[in-house]
Design a protein around this ligand. Structure first.
Ligand SMILES: [Zn+2]
Length: 204
């Protein structure tokens, strides 16, 4: 028997982000760049980290066609925030000293020593001041850093970042029946999406 998993933050919020970005950029161009808004299937176990992930199939098809990818932005879970003390955990406890124990921010995650797009995007995103933002750069082997679709772009040496509310390090409803829409912070989620639009329009 399976629990009912409403999946509001994981990953209703990411889908809302995609839809809103599509709507806002419908009559827009991003300079000389084409852009694709892609919803991926099979991100979860047992397909996670296999070539059956939708994002693996997509990244591989770009690679095999020799498409020059400027950058990829993965909207992971983007709707859960808390202003309470001790509401934020980390894969390594010492990170708390750098990032604090209050889960009131969005994280822009990129891989260490990788990618001008990722560096530029995360810097600009923070400057947009739409939402409290913390930049995180780490080695790929750090637990959690590649827990979403951007991992497959990294695999093909594409420049990619992940935007995340840090998933289970903050949201204890993760993969539970309690991941419901009433736990979503719509104001901050909207600000996260506004930040993506603001940043994408300034990436040229
Ligand atoms: Zn999940």
């Amino acid at each position: 028997m399976c629990d009912t998993l409403p999946g509001a933050d994981d990953n209703g919020t990411g889908v809302v982000g995609l839809l809103q970005i599509m709507k806002q950029l419908k009559n827009d161009t991003l300079g000389k760049y084409c852009f694709e808004v892609v919803a991926y299937t099979l991100e979860e176990p047992p397909f996670f980290a296999t070539e059956y992930m939708g994002s693996f199939v997509h990244a591989e098809s770009l690679h095999s066609r020799g498409v020059d990818v400027f950058g990829m932005v993965s909207l992971e879970m983007i709707g859960y925030f808390s202003d309470a003390k001790k509401s934020q955990d980390y894969p390594l406890k010492f990170l708390r000293f750098f990032y604090g124990n209050v889960g009131d921010y969005i994280t822009v995650v990129r891989k260490m020593n990788k990618g001008p797009f990722a560096r530029n995007f995360s810097g600009k995103y923070k400057k947009s001041k739409k939402v409290r933002t913390k930049k995180f750069t780490g080695p790929q082997k750090l637990t959690g850093i590649d827990f979403s679709d951007h991992r497959n772009y990294w695999h093909f040496e594409y420049d990619a970042i992940m935007l995340t509310d840090t998933a289970f390090y903050r949201n204890k409803n993760y993969h539970r029946s309690t991941d419901t829409v009433d736990t979503i912070d719509f104001d901050r989620m909207a600000a996260v999406i506004d930040g993506v639009l603001w940043t994408l329009r300034r990436m040229n």
